[in-house]
Design a protein around this ligand. Structure first.
Ligand code: 0O2
Length: 222
């Protein structure tokens, strides 16, 4: 779709883009600090990796068109929650909620929306915890509260969502081969089961390590 109205004023677009990129960098740094603090305290990292992006003009325009909203910069800034997007990929499901709690405790962030697609997955099996929030960006002459979307998910959820995003979410839905929706949902279910199993194994290993007097689970007796 045409991005011309969004890019009409090139300078204004660059100012906006810079603001959202700065918000993404501030959030990324926050997560890096939380991850390293957790590592110092508990000798492990809840966060596996962090990605940050500013939504492309094409994707902003597509979202505005889909919602029937004006194709202007003002409209984009008011109505598109995820122009600045930060994805936090964690090892285990518990880590997702641990990281979310840490974010919710940050006093300079204002949480404006919380969507838990892990407790209530999307129609297609999409799982992720979304926090839409305002982050302060300190400029030379003012502070802007910039809206950003943080998606927190496990490596397994990220595997499914990344592939699904490429092969289906952005595809022409009217031309999907029969059965794809059902197969995609079934894959998400299997992956969720593996996620639970990995977490369960991790917790059992940790519990065994914490109980040094307990007999080793597997001993060689010959
Ligand atoms: P892209 O290309 O990732 O940027 P909205 O309903 O979008 O107006 P909101 O609150 O932002 O408002 O929606 P939501 O539910 O938080 O979803 C926003 C983003 O979550 C999407 O952005 C995707 O990144 C991700 N998402 C949501 N549902 C799915 C899904 O079924 N599959 C995958 N792979 N990702 C999903 P965009 O702009 O749609 O896409």
């Amino acid at each position: 779709c045409s991005t011309a109205p969004l890019l009409e004023n090139a300078h204004a677009f660059l100012v906006m883009r810079n603001l959202y990129a700065a918000a993404g960098r501030q959030l990324t740094l926050k997560f890096e600090v939380l991850n390293s603090e957790f590592n110092v305290l508990y000798a492990r990292n809840p966060i596996h990796h962090i990605e940050s992006r500013v939504k492309s003009p094409e994707s902003i325009a597509a979202k505005l068109l889909k919602k029937g909203l004006p194709l202007t910069l003002e409209s984009a800034m008011q109505n598109v929650n995820d122009i600045a997007g930060v994805r936090v990929v964690c090892s285990y499901i518990d880590d997702v909620y641990r990281v979310a709690e840490m974010v919710e405790r940050q006093q300079d962030l204002e949480i404006v929306k919380r969507q838990d697609y892990i407790k209530t997955p999307n129609y297609n099996g999409y799982r992720s915890l979304h926090l839409d929030l305002r982050v302060p960006v300190y400029l030379s002459d003012r502070t802007e509260q910039v809206l950003a979307e943080v998606q927190i998910r496990t490596i397994a959820m990220d595997f499914w969502a990344s592939l699904e995003h490429d092969i289906r979410y952005k595809a022409d839905r009217s031309r999907l081969p029969a059965g794809i929706n059902e197969e995609m949902l079934a894959c998400a279910g299997k992956i969720a089961e593996i996620d639970r199993q990995m977490q369960d194994m991790y917790q059992r290993i940790k519990a065994a390590e914490a109980a040094p007097d307990a007999a080793p689970a597997e001993t060689i007796t010959n």
